[in-house]
Design a protein around this ligand. Structure first.
Ligand code: KIV
Length: 269
């Protein structure tokens, strides 16, 4: 019996080789059924720690645990067959030391079977990124607006509004590149800064609220589907899932009240 699976998943090095080529398509997903749909069109699926807010009603990503990421990571890996699955390392599971980061990232990879992890931070996380990649863990970096630092930043603020801050962002981008990250998310950054970083580093940049010049884009699936009543300003909303779900729930409630559900087709005789 062959031990090879039939469909080959996209790998982290394949994403790196897309630098400057066809734009990289990605979305978040936290659950098997939506992941199966996203899998048809996305190069990678991110199991983002935004699931704390989207799935669990938290106020920020700070409360998300490793167990929660692993549970949703497993669901997304089961629901997909071709896209690379990247799982976020949640707050408090990688910052203390490279060894702690490796222990937790290895657990994420073993238990979910994902192909890479993502962590937030530039220069300050470079040593950890190097430690992980040298030990077999592909790392996607995440710089600019880093939501896990919301309490230090004092809110979700667009980065690079003052040109005097740009050097720090360039330093972050260069540091994660040199440390071996296979790509980097640029979140909540003024457009010209994201475009310049994209030009200057040799790994793909994945923009969210950044620039169309990035090598790829990512959005939170529920935001672009119209499930979030207050999506961030930069989100283009492609669906009205909130409206459709509400209409369906109301129609069902009306049927139940009218005793037209279950109808003849829905009962066992
Ligand atoms: O957690 C998340 O969904 C993310 C994306 C917004 C990049 O990190």
């Amino acid at each position: 019996m062959s031990t090879q699976s039939k469909v080959r998943r996209i790998t982290a090095p394949q994403i790196t080789r897309r630098k400057g080529g066809d734009p990289i398509v990605s979305l978040t997903s936290y659950h098997a059924h939506t992941a199966a749909i996203v899998d048809k069109y996305a190069d990678f699926v991110l199991v983002g720690d935004s699931l704390g807010m989207v799935m669990h009603g938290m106020e920020s990503t700070v409360g998300v645990s490793l167990d929660l990421m692993i549970m949703h990571g497993k669901a997304v890996v089961r629901g997909t067959e071709r896209a690379l699955v990247v799982v976020d390392m949640p707050f408090g599971t990688y910052e203390e030391s490279p060894a702690e980061a490796f222990r937790n990232a290895a657990r994420v990879m073993k238990e979910t079977q994902c192909g890479a992890v993502k962590l937030e931070g530039g220069v300050r996380m470079a040593e950890t990124i190097r430690f992980l990649t040298e030990r077999g863990v592909p790392v996607m970096a995440h710089i600019g607006l880093t939501p896990q630092s919301v309490h230090v930043m004092g809110g979700f603020k667009t980065q690079g509004r003052k040109e005097t801050d740009w050097d720090q962002h360039f330093e972050d981008a260069k540091a994660v590149t040199e440390a071996g990250a296979f790509s980097v998310v640029l979140e909540g950054m003024v457009e010209p800064l994201a475009a310049r970083i994209t030009k200057e580093i040799p790994i793909p940049t994945i923009g969210i609220g950044a620039s169309a010049e990035c090598d790829g884009q990512i959005l939170v699936l529920e935001d672009m589907l119209g499930l979030n009543p207050t999506p961030p300003k930069f989100v283009k909303v492609y669906g009205d899932l909130g409206g459709q779900i509400e209409a369906a729930v109301k129609a069902y409630a009306d049927d139940v009240k009218d005793r037209t559900f279950p109808g003849d087709e829905q009962v066992y005789r």
